[in-house]
Design a protein around this ligand. Structure first.
Ligand SMILES: Nc1ncnc2c1ncn2[C@@H]1O[C@H](COP(=O)(O)OP(=O)(O)O)[C@@H](O)[C@H]1O
Ligand SMILES: [Mg+2]
Length: 245
């Protein structure tokens, strides 16, 4: 079975200990989120898992057949238009141009882009549209594992919900596994099967929570209810003391 297994992972930048004894497993078909305050080492952890940073101590075993990444900022190529930005990864892995364009258009529409946006360059797209392109680009390759680094945090609430709904649809159809990093507790409750709480200085996992209700059956009431319940937890209160405003 495809899985991502992190064991006894430590990380330092210079003399600063950033992550300490991180252990978890993400199994195929699951959404695992790691929640913690800004500066707590979440991005570092995700980069170690995605092999964007070398593991120094401990191990990361990733047996997923393929993976892709969506970042907090869309990171589009300014000299390529919407469709060419999306098609990039397909073409890079040798797919026929016409086929890559066809698939890119389909997924662009699924992510709420319009035909009139297909030829536009990033400078002529709004922040929200760029993030739609970024998601489409990450998912057009049909990765078995998706790494998400706070991809919703710069979005307004309507678009955030819309993109989350598309992901939830994929999750419910078991099309994808996700490792999701966020500082937003409610976002994590809405999307994940399991949520790990990462406390900082150095980053270590203090608590794990499981949510058994299917993502497509979670409404706002469920998310607010769970948040309220979890916010009673001492560990959560001390982890988020600066974030609860
Ligand atoms: N390449 C780097 N070199 C040195 N320090 C870094 C580097 N990347 C991140 N850090 C530091 O590591 C800590 C954790 O950062 P990060 O993983 O980005 O946290 P988060 O994503 O939770 O906000 C921060 O103090 C940050 O300044
Ligand atoms: Mg980060």
């Amino acid at each position: 079975m495809e899985r991502l297994e992190v064991k006894k992972l430590n990380h330092h930048f210079g003399f600063t200990e950033i992550l300490k004894d991180i252990n978890f497993t993400l199994n195929k078909g699951e959404v695992l989120s790691i929640v913690g305050p800004s500066g707590g080492g979440k991005t570092t952890l995700l980069h170690l898992c995605a092999n964007l940073l070398d593991v120094e101590e401990g191990s990361v075993i990733n047996t997923f057949k393929s993976s892709s990444f969506a970042f907090q900022e869309p990171r589009l190529l300014p000299w390529k238009n919407t469709i060419d930005n999306i098609a990039l990864a397909l073409i890079a892995r040798g797919e026929k141009n016409s086929e890559a364009i066809k698939k890119s258009k389909e997924i662009a529409l699924r992510f709420g882009l319009k035909e009139e946006d297909f030829d536009k360059f990033p400078k002529d797209l709004s922040g929200g549209m760029k993030q739609r392109v970024s998601f489409a680009r990450a998912l057009v390759v049909k990765p078995s594992l998706l790494f998400l680094d706070e991809p919703f945090s710069a979005l307004d609430i309507g678009l955030k919900k819309e993109l989350q709904t598309i992901l939830i649809d994929m999750i419910s159809k078991k099309e994808i596994s996700i490792l999701f990093i966020t500082h937003d507790l409610m976002e994590a409750i809405r999307l994940s099967d399991e949520m790990l709480l990462l406390k900082s200085d150095p980053g270590y996992i203090v608590k794990k929570f499981r949510f058994d209700l299917a993502q497509n059956e979670r409404n706002d009431r469920y998310v607010y209810g769970k948040s309220a319940e979890i916010l009673q937890d001492e560990e959560i209160i001390s982890t988020f003391e600066l974030e609860l405003k």
